[in-house]
Design a protein around this ligand. Structure first.
Ligand code: PLP
Length: 401
């Protein structure tokens, strides 16, 4: 199965022959259609399509009224956009520690980080593993905090029988090439709250209130008889193009087929490694149903090798799928180390003295990351190569015991 096929090519030809390449201001566009189809698929009222998952992360924070100096609780274990987007808003990422079995945030660790300045919590359903949302929703409500679900890696994953992304106030998705569906680059913001949608649109559309869903927008007023264009707030141009949206429509129509293939690939990995000493398969919380973006595997404590050592020893083997040791402990990146030594964010916002990005800040995340690797189960992966990869990993670990 390939990323894209003739259906995507055909719809791109339609867009090109129509010569309408950006969404414009009206209702009629591929982008509007894609938003509607996604809202229907996902089960939320308002969707705004943007040009990347990172833009979706920023837009959703703006939607949740995150402002300079606010604190936002983040996971250290995610692609860096989940926390750098907070910096982009002028706010302060505060990292909470994770469950070492999954690299997912826990409600207990989140609670420890709440202060008077906390405005929002961003949870990440990493690798397509659903977090247990009930207690986290209750915590957010108790402290009157916005709850954002980063679903970049989690399409069609469930907790308590409900899709993840529908528990919090808003969710964001990525459509970058590796994701469950792709428009090359792209992202989506989804919410049931009109105000969140409106603020997200303003941030992503140069401050212009081009709302859909019959939401009322202010009209630009002239100043000293000079007409103004209607930029009401600060904002970027993060709009999705018609080319991306048209492809997104086709990809969305194939998502179930893609997901079935992902699930078959996961079974191949389990068939080779489940029950093998030295490994723990992905931990699944009760009452959750994952839909893996990549399949996470943990080396047990008694396995002396680190995940990096295992991946290095597999390097150069023929006909395997490349795989990675987990290397996304966000605050260990140079950008956060610089903020830590400067005691201010990249936008010059001072860090309160209790906010640390020093190594050791989230000890469970740092320790667990060394033992995690993840295998690509994208629907285009060659099943034989994936099987070879699992066998190669098994051999490396067996030879080291
Ligand atoms: C959890 C998570 N959040 C946000 C993003 C950002 O998405 P994008 O790469 O489309 O900007 C990614 C992308 O990998 C991700 O995995």
């Amino acid at each position: 199965m390939r990323y894209m096929n003739h259906e995507e090519v055909e719809i791109l030809k339609t867009v090109v022959s129509g010569q309408q390449l950006w969404r414009g201001m009206g209702e009629e566009s591929f982008t509007s259609q894609f938003e509607d189809e996604f809202a229907h698929y996902f089960g939320r009222n308002y969707v705004y399509a943007v040009n990347s998952g990172t833009s979706a992360n920023e837009g959703v924070l703006a939607g949740c009224a995150v402002e300079p100096q606010d604190e936002v609780i983040c996971s250290p274990c995610s692609f860096i956009a989940s926390s750098l987007s907070v910096v982009a808003l002028g706010a302060i990422p505060v990292f909470a520690d994770v469950d070492p079995r999954t690299l997912l945030l826990t409600v207990e660790e989140i609670e420890k980080k709440i202060t008077d300045r906390t405005k929002a919590i961003v949870v990440v359903h990493l690798f397509g593993q659903p977090m247990v949302m009930g207690p986290i929703v209750a915590l957010a409500r108790k402290h009157n905090l916005y709850l954002i679900e980063d679903c970049a890696q989690a399409y069609d994953a469930y907790c308590h029988g409900k899709k993840v992304g529908t528990f919090g106030d808003a969710a964001c998705f990525s459509l970058q090439q590796s994701k469950h569906i792709t428009t090359g680059e792209g992202g989506l913001i989804a919410t049931d709250e009109p105000e969140i949608y409106q603020r997200a649109v303003l941030y992503s559309n140069c401050g212009m209130p081009w709302y859909r869903y019959c939401l009322e927008a202010p009209a630009p007023a002239p100043i000293n008889d000079v007409p103004t264009r209607g930029h009401f707030t600060f904002g970027h141009n993060h709009r999705m193009s018609e080319l991306q949206a048209a492809v997104g429509l086709i990809q969305l129509s194939k998502i179930d087929t893609f997901n079935q293939q992902r699930k078959k690939l996961v079974e191949i990995i389990k068939g080779e490694l489940e029950g093998e000493s030295g490994f723990k398969m992905a931990h699944i919380y009760p009452d959750t149903k994952p839909n893996y973006w990549s399949y996470p595997i943990r080396l047990t404590e008694d396995t002396e090798l680190s995940a990096t050592a295992v991946s290095r020893r597999c390097e150069g083997k023929a006909n395997i799928v490349s795989f990675h040791a987990y290397n996304d402990v966000n605050y260990l990146e140079q950008v956060f180390q610089d903020m830590h030594s400067r005691r201010s964010t990249s936008l010059g916002i001072p860090l309160p003295e209790y906010v640390s990005y020093a190594p050791g800040n989230c000890p469970k995340a740092e320790k667990a990351a060394q033992k995690f690797f993840f295998l690509n189960v994208h629907h285009d992966v060659n099943p034989d190569f994936l099987r070879n990869t699992a066998r190669a990993i098994r051999e490396v670990v067996r030879n080291n015991r």
